[in-house]
Design a protein around this ligand. Structure first.
Ligand code: G3H
Ligand code: 13P
Ligand code: NA
Ligand code: ZN
Length: 305
């Protein structure tokens, strides 16, 4: 059975660690994530974007997660970046126990109205709701935010109070993808600390939290990739965030990088091979390895299941 993120986050906030939320699109990557959680006794959130539902199909993803959730470590199934009420409703009706309604591109009042509507529907069904206030830097969806709109702490309090959302994604300088900073990495920890101080004990969420490890990029480039000037969030910054109310950390890009690096390496080394398992197996192994690293050294969730 799935476990509610609410339960996971209460424990995480008490002990100052974060639960990793990893995006899933296919079987091998899902298995790699769950193998890591099982090996390290860590809670984990499997999150599915609209794009993932389109790619793999809602039913395939839910059935695979059901198979994974027979294990005894806590697993939640979360909709990532739900853009409207309808997709949240479809996820809730279709077996997800957690959804994100992302109204961050709307005005404050419209974001509240939309989020409130999803919370009302979800609360009757015992489903957890994450919302977002403020806009991430860089490119989110197809809207390019030249200068990002960071989350206003007082507005965050009002937003949570008026919507009843169960967790809140905040904008403090992170962004999606592999190109997060031009110069030095910088997050607005003063802002995060202020939000946490105003709402102690309330779970905050950090999107765009991949670290884009240089070693991974170098390895991929060695085997034919051309990924230049990529930069992520330094791991020590993520560890710091877990001491300031951040209970959920979203990671997708690092898993993509690890998967494609492993695939390139396996294919380069075995030009005569044509059994796909010889290529997708190493992808699963690479995912398990990087997720274990996150749980142990970044999130602090290892041993908390
Ligand atoms: O925030 C977006 C996640 O990285 C998912 O990306 O919409 O391409 O599946 P996607
Ligand atoms: P990254 O692109 O930094 O992995 O962020 C993922 C994310 O926020 C998914 O919602
Ligand atoms: Na999410
Ligand atoms: Zn995100």
């Amino acid at each position: 059975p799935l476990q509610s993120p609410g339960l996971m986050f209460r424990k995480a906030l008490n002990f100052r660690y974060a639960v990793g939320a990893f995006n899933v699109n296919n079987m091998e990557m899902l298995q790699g994530i769950v193998e890591a959680a099982r090996a390290l006794r860590s809670p984990v959130i499997l999150q599915v974007s609209a794009g993932a539902r389109k790619y793999a199909g809602h039913d395939y993803l839910v059935k695979m997660v059901e198979a994974a959730a027979t294990t005894d470590v806590p697993i939640a199934l979360h909709l990532d970046h739900g853009a409207d009420f309808e997709i949240c409703k479809a996820a809730i009706d279709g077996g997800f126990n957690s959804v994100m309604i992302d109204g961050s591109h709307h005005g404050f009042e419209e974001n509240i109205r939309l989020t409130r509507r999803v919370v009302d529907y979800a609360d009757e069904r015992g489903v957890f709701v994450e919302a977002e206030l403020g806009q991430l830097a860089g490119v989110e969806d197809d809207v390019s935010a030249e200068h990002s709109v960071f989350t206003d702490p007082d507005q965050a309090v009002e937003f949570v109070h008026r919507t009843g959302c169960h967790s809140l994604a905040v904008a403090i300088g992170t962004s999606h993808g592999a190109y997060k900073f031009k110069g030095a990495a910088r997050l607005d920890f003063e802002r995060l600390s202020r939000i946490h101080t105003l709402m102690p004990g309330y779970p905050l969420v950090l999107h765009g939290a991949s670290s884009v490890p240089a070693a991974l990029i170098e390895e991929a480039n060695r085997y034919g990739a051309k990924i230049e000037d990529a930069q992520g969030i330094p791991e020590e910054m993520l560890r710091e965030a877990t001491t300031m109310g951040v209970a959920k950390i979203n990671i997708d890009t690092d898993l993509r990088l690890a998967a494609v690096m492993a695939l390139r390496r396996a294919m380069a080394g075995n030009p005569a091979e044509f059994d796909p398992r010889k290529f997708f197996g190493p992808v699963r192994d690479a995912i398990r390895e990087i997720v274990q690293h996150k749980m142990k050294n970044v999130l602090g969730s290892a041993g908390r299941a």
